[in-house]
Design a protein around this ligand. Sequence first.
Ligand SMILES: [Zn+2]
Length: 357
Amino acid sequence: MNGNMRLTRIMGIDIDIHFTFFLLLILFFFLFGPKGLALIIGVFIFVTIHELCHSLVAMRFGVKVKRITLLPIGGVASLSQMPTKPYQEFLISIAGPLSNLVVVVVFYYPMCWLLGRDVLMYPLMVILGRAEYTGQLNVWAHVYWINLLLAGFNMIPAFPMDGGRVLRALLSSRMSYRDATKIAVRLGHIFALLFAYFGIVYGHIFLVIIAVFIYIAASNEISQVEMVETIKSYSVQDVLATEFVYVNRETPLFKVLEMTFHTHQEDFPVIEEDKLVGFVTRREIIYGLHEKGKDAKVGEVMRTDIPPIYVNTKLHIVQKLMQKFNTSAMPVIKEHHVAGVITLNDINRVYVMMHEK
Ligand SMILES: [Zn+2]
């Protein structure tokens, strides 16, 4: 996501902050002064701890954590992939809310001792309607109780909350992954509608924004899972074009450009003496034409880090590899010879065709 600023790095994980987060700081500063600022910072320290706990458990299962991004609506840990085993997803998902619950339990007596029980309990009493709100704000007490809110909110058993993943993991043991996802997503939609309803009725705009976010994120989850499930039954040879063209290191870029117009192929294997020596995608061609001119050679811009894939590779694996190598196309080989090019569009087409009824 763009608009991020590197804040710090903890245990090898970048902690990024989205620029809109600063709008939240400014808003709270104007509403509550320096105390408002301290409140937001305090809350986000615990949001970061929450995300770090997800990340640490994920890393134990060999999942790479790229970064943690702090957004005004909360934190997001970007995992390279979700583990396939339900119990791993269960443990990763529950670690976040659990960390907030641990904070609530462990700090209860120290906070009572520091602030006095009345001051500590006051925010909770206000929320429960047992005490009148007097405009007083004890930042420490608020930040403490936010942990209970974080634990509670995230354990709502619906996508995209952590509780939704926990629910899916539990359901996965007795039904398909896809059906389990469907249930958690449908619950996400129901909660989103409930939040929107209460947000509108009680005039809490923030709740409406959260509702919209939950609805969209829940929908994304099911389309992602359905895509993987659909393309799982197909392999590269099912969609590979029967004809393809290739280039060599010495081919000038303007020739390659002409080829894209004549063949509708936008990514080309670079072949020399019947061997694959590189790969150029649309991105390298455009970059080369702009930066090096039309007479530049393929060899100057080709990529050598994209591995060829075998014709019998399943499409969902290809999709993952494309993400890993940051490319929208890959060369395909069959019996040691280049057999063509597979693109993200080829994969998407399978999904679209299977869902058009
Ligand atoms: Zn979480």
